[in-house]
Write a protein that binds this ligand. Structure first.
Ligand code: AMP
Length: 129
């Protein structure tokens, strides 16, 4: 799926998560597999706030689901579940969230999911400002 089809910009290899993947910027790593890297968010919004990113260059879920291999897609989602289990989030509950594009509030143009947990989370989508 091309950037024109997703409506999102082409992949920018200078984005901060690409730089983390290349080892140019440090991260507080939680879990790593051949297809995924999980690390603590630098500006946590909950007691547990971890990001999971695929290692390939995908901007969005549309891009990832259209262009990643089955191994990458399976490996990524297995890693998300593994991180939730490893962090002990399953019993109390947690939230998985992914922002896409300008209206989704995506700041870093490398597909990723947030895992939030460790406290009762608020409304799923806050009221518009
Ligand atoms: P999003 O709005 O979904 O694109 O979220 C991007 C997230 O990346 C934000 O929650 C940031 O706090 C987080 N972030 C930005 N830079 C870093 C970094 N160097 N290490 C860890 N998390 C980061």
């Amino acid at each position: 799926m091309s950037a024109a089809t997703t409506g999102l910009p082409p992949y920018d290899a200078g984005n901060i998560f690409a730089r983390i993947l290349r080892g140019e910027i440090p991260c507080k790593r939680v879990h790593e597999t051949p297809h995924a890297l999980a690390f603590h968010d630098i500006n946590p919004q909950a007691p547990v706030h971890v990001l999971v990113i695929p290692k390939g260059p995908y901007v969005s879920l549309a891009d990832f689901s259209a262009n990643a291999s089955d191994a990458e897609i399976g490996g990524f989602w297995r890693a998300v579940g593994q991180v939730a289990r490893d962090l002990g989030l399953e019993s109390r509950g947690y939230r998985v969230l992914s922002n896409m594009g300008p209206e989704g509030g995506q700041e870093v143009p490398h597909f990723h999911v947030h895992l939030f947990g460790g406290r009762r989370l608020g409304r799923m989508v806050p009221a518009a400002p």
